[in-house]
Design a protein around this ligand. Structure first.
Ligand code: SF4
Length: 220
């Protein structure tokens, strides 16, 4: 199907008319990391688009849905040249599970021999369930006590996050649970969050500090 693509600076990307969705909209790529996929030398693929608007998000350019900046076939071709150099590929964002092409992309990456990782906020529990059989590790970001998500992400997302986290725990896939300590996230809120997590069986929580710039020291 033919496509008409026009610049859309307001959306930080491009408008596409009459076009099938890309297999994966890639907003950026880090070719080598030792810290974003535990135990692996990995590449990070930043997926375009996220429906949430966390108060501290430093990936504003990745938030609008769109076709991204790099074509997935090109990224896949590049990964083929890295098979002897990297152990894994981790999909970050944005929210990678926004894209229905993610599971196919995971399968393609696995077929190249890479381990696969995912950074997610648990926005789409059913899509996470479908992706888990194709994943070796998940970095899961919790945002707040589940009843208080709106104050951080801008909408009522706590129920989705809890369901996604329960799905992850039941899967047996390796994971890390992280929380960014946003301004206003005080000790009492942290206590409420830990109680929420304990109720569903999470005992380890890694805290991440907001950077003074308003950004955060993680990739999701
Ligand atoms: S921090 Fe993650 S979940 Fe929040 S708006 Fe940014 S990309 Fe989306």
């Amino acid at each position: 199907m033919s496509a008409a693509i026009s610049p859309n600076p307001a959306a930080g990307g491009f408008l596409v008319a009459e076009m099938s969705p890309p297999r994966l909209a890639v907003g950026g790529l880090v070719p080598f990391t030792t810290i974003d996929f535990p135990g692996r030398l990995a590449a990070v693929i930043f997926c375009q688009g996220c429906p949430w608007r966390c108060t501290y998000c430093h990936n504003a350019h990745l938030l609008p849905a769109g076709v991204g900046m790099q074509s997935w076939p090109e990224v896949l071709a590049w990964l083929k040249t890295r098979r002897d150099l990297l152990d894994g590929v981790v999909f970050s964002g944005g929210e990678p599970l926004l894209q229905r092409g993610l599971t196919t992309a995971l399968a393609e990456v696995r077929a190249l021999g890479f381990d696969t990782g995912l950074h997610t906020a648990g926005i789409y529990p059913e899509r996470l369930a479908a992706a888990l059989p194709l994943l070796d590790w998940v970095g899961f970001d919790v945002k707040a006590p589940f009843s208080e998500y709106a104050s951080v992400v801008g909408c009522e997302g706590g129920n989705s996050a809890r369901t996604a986290l329960e799905t992850l725990l039941a899967s047996g896939v390796a994971f890390d649970i992280r929380c960014t300590v946003a301004p206003g996230f005080d000790a009492a809120a942290l206590t409420r969050l830990r109680k929420d997590l304990t109720r569903i069986g999470v005992s380890n929580l890694t805290l991440q500090e907001c950077r003074p710039s308003g950004g955060i020291d993680h990739l999701h």
